[in-house]
Structure formats: structure tokens, C-alpha cells
Design a protein around this ligand. Structure first.
Ligand code: NAP
Length: 220
């Protein structure tokens, strides 16, 4: 990944790291990334498709290369968006932890950067179980994206009980379009239903061409 960002201004960079499985990426993710970029005045948003998520051992996740390519297709027209292979290039079977990803980007950008890790509120709810979460919360801000109607007290109670100071570093953002979910898209494809307007057309075409999310043996 090579990024061409304004340099030599002495200004601190603000970079969003959009973490997720993206199986598949959808319009909710794209609206979220753009909204966070504008609200937090970010210079750039880097999508980081997850490699071998330690908490996903019980669910089959699509091949990392498919998820990476769909994320590329979905983001290619936005000059403020880039996709990183940092997690998906980890050796198969090696768990990928957000702390390692955030450390990688701190090294990549040097000290003059503020990192914002953007992901779903349900994932952040579990943050106190993540590797080195105290360090993580001290070197990066978090944007917890919620669907409409999500109970914020759940997040505050769970994290506040264990690590109240962490709440200062977690910003909550409700995005109506996040009512779309990857689960919904996978289910609709499996049932032979249309996914038009839920994800960019190029991603829909990719899913059809590669027969993703279809029960084995299904005819085209
Ligand atoms: P998940 O459990 O699949 O998703 C939880 C919820 O958040 C789902 O409703 C999901 O909706 C939504 N979501 C996920 N990413 C989102 C995003 N970028 N923007 C808006 N909503 C999002 O979570 P996950 O995708 O596996 O994990 C999220 C991130 O946390 C990943 O980067 C993962 O590596 C990291 N993580 C790290 C650790 C660790 O370091 N130990 C542990 C767990 C997770 P959709 O399905 O529609 O996306």
C-alpha cells in the first residue's frame, strides 16, 4: 500500500482505520467511512479487511482474497479511501489482532499521526477481551458505529465497569444505513434474492461471478 498524502505541512495526520470482515462490504460500510471522515476531519480512511479474526473460529468466513477484492472494487472511486493487505497477508492460521495492526500503522506513519479505528459497536463491546486492550485504547481512538435503536447503555455499562477511562476514547456514531448488514446480504444471496442497492454494483457482479454465499450445488 502506498499513500500519497499532503506532506511537509507539519500538520498532524488524522487517519481512519476501517476494520471489519467485509464479507461482503456494503453501502452501510461506505456511508460510515465517509461520514466519519467528514465528522472527524480525517485525511484518509484505510479499509483493513480482517485476516484470521481470533473470535471467528466457529463461522466460515469467505476467502480473504475475495473479501479484499470486493473491498477494492467498492472503494476504488473514492480518492480518500485505500485498502490495506496488512491483516490478510498474515500466514494462514495466525490470529490477527487489532493491536498489531494499529502498531503497524503507527510505525508506517511515524509519530505525527492520530489513528481512529472505526468498527461496529457490537465488536467494540467485546474490546476488553482483545489482546493488549489497555495499550490499544491509549494509542488509538475508537469510533463505535451503531445501527438505529442500538442501546448505548450496553456499551457504557460493559466497558465502563472494567475500564471507565476507556470510554473517553470511544466515540459512538449512529448511521441509519448500517441497518444493511453483511449477514442480510449473505442470506439474500443464499435464498436467490436480489441484493441490488445494498452494495455497489461491481461487488454484486463479483459475488455472482464467483458464486459466493450460494449453497453448494446451486445452479447459476
Ligand atoms: P463482527 O463481529 O463481524 O461484527 C460486529 C458487528 O459490527 C456487525 O453487526 C457488523 O456488521 C458490524 N461491523 C463490523 N465492521 C464494521 C465497520 N467497519 N463499520 C460498521 N459496522 C461494522 O466484527 P468483525 O468484522 O469480525 O470485527 C470488527 C473489527 O474488530 C475487525 O477489524 C477485527 O479484526 C477487530 N477485532 C479484533 C479483535 C482482537 O484484536 N482481539 C477481536 C475482535 C474483533 P457487518 O457484518 O454488516 O459488517
Amino acid at each position: 500500500m502506498t499513500l500519497y498524502l499532503p506532506g511537509g505541512t507539519g500538520k498532524e495526520l488524522a487517519i481512519g482505520l476501517m476494520g471489519g470482515t467485509f464479507d461482503p462490504i456494503h453501502l452501510g460500510h461506505l456511508v460510515t467511512a465517509e461520514e466519519v471522515r467528514l465528522r472527524h476531519n480525517l485525511d484518509h480512511v484505510i479499509f483493513v479487511p480482517s485476516g484470521n479474526p481470533p473470535h471467528k473460529e466457529n463461522r466460515t468466513v469467505s476467502d480473504a482474497e475475495h473479501r479484499y477484492l470486493m473491498t477494492m472494487l467498492a472503494t476504488i472511486t473514492n480518492p480518500h479511501f485505500t485498502v490495506s493487505r496488512v491483516e490478510i497477508d498474515q500466514p494462514p492460521g495466525t490470529p490477527t489482532y487489532t493491536i498489531d495492526t494499529v502498531r503497524y500503522f503507527h510505525n508506517y506513519f511515524g509519530s505525527n499521526v492520530n489513528l481512529f479505528f472505526i468498527t461496529g459497536a457490537d465488536a467494540i463491546l467485546e474490546i476488553i477481551t482483545w489482546k493488549d486492550y489497555r495499550e490499544l485504547l491509549s494509542i488509538c481512538s475508537f469510533i463505535a458505529v451503531t445501527r438505529p435503536g442500538y442501546s448505548l447503555s450496553k456499551l457504557e455499562d460493559t466497558i465502563g465497569a472494567v475500564c471507565p477511562q476507556a470510554l473517553c476514547n470511544i466515540h459512538i456514531l449512529e448511521i441509519p444505513a448500517v441497518a444493511i448488514s453483511s449477514t442480510l446480504i449473505r442470506q439474500r444471496v443464499a435464498e436467490g434474492k436480489t441484493i441490488k442497492y445494498l452494495t455497489p454494483e461491481s461487488v454484486t457482479e463479483y459475488i455472482i461471478k464467483n458464486r459466493l454465499y450460494r449453497p453448494a450445488g446451486t445452479q447459476v
